[in-house]
Design a protein around this ligand. Sequence first.
Ligand code: FPP
Length: 262
Amino acid sequence: MSNVRRLYREPAIASHEGATTADSPKPKHVAIVMDGNGRWAAGRRLPRHVGHRAGYRVVRNLVRLAIERDIRHLTLFAFSSENWKRPEIEVSALMKLFLQALRREVNDLDDNGVKLDFLGARERLSAPLRKLMEETETRTAGNDRLRLHVAVSFGGRWDIVSAARRLSEAAAAGRMDPASVDEAALRRAMSLPDMPDPDLLIRTGGECRISNFLLWNLAYTELYFTDVLWPDFDAAQLDAALGIFSRRHRRFGTVTAGAEHA
Ligand code: FPP
């Protein structure tokens, strides 16, 4: 990896530096691009689907960690609009993994107060997977300890275009005045209208880009990139990211209090 690419990453920190205290700013919503499963598997001379299975085990652990750390929303990029272009064998392995994971996890998620929902173009998914998604959403709808949003067949551009189409259709049908289209109206027409914007985006696997994830919602999100491959992401990695977040100064386009006359 070149030094130039390194410049864009967080400096290495000792594990104790990532620690947060009770009054450190904490993200209420963490979004994650779980990258690096394929390279993790390749490094062990294993097929890519083994990397995805290892990645799923990390997701199970992460849900528990998120609850322990009082994260209220966790959004995971499990399969992008572009991932459909991967070899058929990998796409089917991932779809099979999603089905198995949902069947296996629904009881535990429900028992732990997790409300699960999905964002993405569901019409592209198989009927059994769609049915299981709907059943899981219904079953966990009353929970509020952690809201787990899983993006499957999702793209940020798809979400914005779908919302724009919904508004255009409403305007064409006379149900809404085109002049009333504003940020709030667009947000209401998007995948998860009641989801607050992520405070922190974590991307593993060494790439420093958004890759068509939540384009609208990430406008003021703090970005954290790490070289760690997703199957190696553990509690220490999460705490390092939370520690970095706690030291960021979020201004949302305004100035820091007290700096108005500087
Ligand atoms: C990107 O790594 C990862 C994916 C496209 C799949 C992510 C899915 C999981 C972690 C399983 C999650 C399961 C549930 C139930 C949410 P990559 O394949 O692009 O890795 P590479 O960049 O090393 O090739």
